[in-house]
Design a protein around this ligand. Structure first.
Ligand code: BG6
Length: 549
């Protein structure tokens, strides 16, 4: 996933840019590049591979410029080469820009630019933006921000952009549309970043740009407006995360750190939200829409990846505790398919980051159809948090690892609290039943801790199964989404083929594939379907000799 950092101020930009982009390295990338405005002109450098490669290239240069941009690229259009790495520039190497997102109509724009005499060097969609700005600027007769707005009005797609002009050495432009981008507010300096962790060392005051907004930043001023140049007022907000919270804290990698934070994450998501005495769940973020919730006849829960699976579990829980039918939908499907909307329907969007493009698009669709929209989001002030009518924050601190872990548990617990809140209102859950669930919830952090304490034993099991290349995860009921999540994590983290499936489905075909080289992991706690799971396990063992766990 690409990263962006920009700086304008009085300090040397180079170390700030390099340090900022290093803080985004965990997101994965294949090349990096930067551009800084020096008194002698533009200084630009790119390198394939790690940021350290770029760093070695620039370490002997004496860069003094205090306006610059940097980017780490994850290839989408064109292979990961130096030429395709950002920043990209126009024919005269005047405008330099870095971009996250995809320009959907770049093909048509590129053809038009080529027939106007523009020469392209890269295979990227991004390069068209530099040439479009060049065209719109009419050799500098149109100021940069106007040229940028004109350009963006021609563009279809998503972008987080940071742009500089070699001939306008005090101005940094940022623009966003469906790709995360924030402005960091310092003293006599401004930052632009695709993620707050890039700039937290310098400032905690940030402005969250909305889609279709452009910011013009100089060391002493900022102006924000939409593409029609209509000013937009923004107040900066304070990020409360501690810097250590985004560092690895002694763990070899962020994912492990975040797994070990699960007990705390759960405590933080539950804290202050349980009223044991009255047997109610207190979700402050929903008080403003309490009445609307009373009339809700159907709920759709939507998200992507792990967030979607939390939603699927949420469906089971809400339907169990209330009289409301629930649909769980992948946001990427919901946004494009025909969905039969109903009156008095609410849509819940789940997203750790609050910025996932498909989930955002699904939210826009729900808003267009005037659904009541709710968010279960971790990142405060993120787009989904801002765009929904109401919501519940996860309060679990940053989840740096891209593969969601602690966020999943927190999302499930929040959906359970939500189900209890709805159930109590609708009288499908008694105070006594709510208290029972609360008591179990309160035991969870300790229970998870006791599993984490088995780390070494778990490692041994992992070693035993590491040579296998195919896994089946099976579960029923609440454990079906958990089985899907297990398979998803194995695929994403270990690059090993895994499938999650309903245990009942196994004998209707999939059993044909499994043998002694295809281990099956059963999630089979002693619940109402325990016996059924046991007979499935016996079946697999007897017929295919699959190693089962
Ligand atoms: C994917 C991650 O890219 O995004 C998943 O690999 C995550 O782990 C999904 O669940 C959705 O992210 P978010 O921020 O919307 O919860």
């Amino acid at each position: 996933m690409c990263g962006i950092v920009g700086y304008v101020g009085k300090k040397k930009a180079l170390p700030i840019l390099l340090e900022g982009i290093k803080n985004l390295e965990y997101r994965g990338y294949d090349s990096a590049g930067l551009a800084i405005i020096e008194s002698s002109g533009i200084f630009a450098e790119k390198a394939v591979g790690r940021v350290s490669n770029l760093e070695s290239r620039v370490k002997n240069t004496s860069s003094h410029g205090s306006l610059g941009i940097i980017h780490s690229r994850w290839a989408t259009h064109g292979s990961p080469t130096e030429v395709n790495a950002h920043p990209h520039t126009d024919c005269k190497s005047r405008f330099f820009l870095v971009h996250n997102g995809i320009i959907e109509n770049y093909g048509a724009l590129k053809n038009a630019l080529i027939s106007n005499g523009h020469v392209f060097v890269s295979e990227t969609d991004t390069e068209v933006l530099a040439h479009l700005i060049e065209e719109a600027s009419h050799d500098g007769r149109v100021v940069l921000e106007d040229a940028v707005c004109k350009t963006l009005l021609r563009v279809k797609g998503t972008y987080g952009l940071a742009i500089i002009d070699a001939k306008d050495p005090g101005k940094l432009i940022a623009a966003r549309n469906f790709s995360p981008l924030i402005v960091g507010v310092g003293r006599g300096e401004y930052f632009v970043a695709s993620d707050a962790s890039a700039i937290l060392r310098h400032t905690r005051r940030v402005i969250y740009l909305n889609d279709g907004e452009v910011a013009v930043l100089t060391p002493k001023s900022r102006r924000i407006f939409n593409l029609q140049k209509k000013s937009v007022r923004h107040h900066s907000e304070k990020i409360e995360w501690r810097t250590e919270a985004v560092q690895k804290g002694g763990f070899p990698h962020f994912m492990l750190k975040e797994i070990f934070e699960e007990p705390d994450a759960l405590l933080n998501s539950i804290r202050g939200r349980i009223d044991m005495k009255r047997g109610i769940a207190v979700l402050g973020g929903l008080t403003g829409i309490k009445e609307k919730l009373t009339n809700i006849r159907r709920i759709i829960i939507s998200g992507m990846g792990t967030a979607y699976l939390a939603g699927l579990l949420g469906k089971y829980i809400i339907e169990e505790l209330t009289d409301i039918p629930v649909e769980a939908e992948l946001a990427s499907e919901f946004r494009h398919r025909k969905y039969i909307f109903q009156k008095n329907e609410a849509a819940v969007f789940i997203s750790q980051s609050g910025e996932t493009a498909d989930t955002l698009a699904a939210l826009q669709k729900a808003k267009k159809h005037e659904l009541l929209t709710l968010g279960v989001v971790n990142v405060v002030g993120s787009t989904i948090a801002r765009e929904t009518d109401a919501g519940v924050y996860q309060h679990i601190g940053p989840e740096v690892s891209v593969a969601s872990t602690k966020a999943f548990l927190s999302q499930v617990i929040i959906l359970t609290l939500f189900a209890i809140a709805l159930g109590r209102e609708r009288k499908t859950v008694s105070a006594k039943d709510a208290r029972k669930i609360f008591l179990e919830m309160k035991k969870l952090p300790k229970a998870i801790q006791s599993i984490l304490n088995m780390n070494e034993a778990i490692k041994e099991i992992a070693k035993k199964y590491a040579p296998y290349r195919n896994f089946l995860y099976l579960g029923r009921g609440y454990n079906l989404p958990a089985a899907h999540e297990g398979a998803l994590k194995l695929k994403e983290i270990s690059y090993v083929h895994a499938e999650g499936m309903a245990a009942g489905e196994m004998k209707h075909g999939p059993i044909a594939m499994i043998d002694e080289q295809f281990p099956t992991i059963f999630i089979a706690p002693k619940d109402s379907v325990y016996e059924k799971n046991i007979s499935n396990i016996k079946e697999i063992k007897a017929r295919n000799k699959s190693p089962t766990m």
